[in-house]
Design a protein around this ligand. Sequence first.
Ligand code: HEC
Length: 103
Amino acid sequence: MLKYIVSISLALAVIACGGKQPNKYAAKIDGEAIFKKYCVTCHGVDGKLKLNGAKDLSISQLSLAEKVIQVTKGKNTMTPFEGILSPPEIQAVAEYTITLIKK
Ligand code: HEC
């Protein structure tokens, strides 16, 4: 499992650093893809699954900055993603969770 996580992280690092336009790589990060890979296990595709005590993201009141902190540091049974995702990836996935609220 750890090997699996490490290889995913390496693959993402290669994708993130591979472009020839280093200042534009953040725009290419797909928050939705990250969400579907790392977050749906507890939050579900629509954010409403609430498995393992997870919060319903479609009614979350947290600001973007607070979501970024919580994804980075984790909370209770939520995994801290700071060793798994890069800060721009965490930013992208936190922004994606906001789109779940509008639906
Ligand atoms: C292992 C299960 C698990 C995974 C995986 C997980 N979460 Fe969570 N998440 C939780 C739990 C549990 C909470 C509630 C924590 C608490 O407040 O006690 C939570 C809460 C949150 C909140 C705060 C919602 C609110 O209004 O309080 C956000 C935002 C969030 N998760 C985003 C994410 C994102 C983005 C990912 C993927 C990068 C993710 N989570 C992956 C379990 C998980």
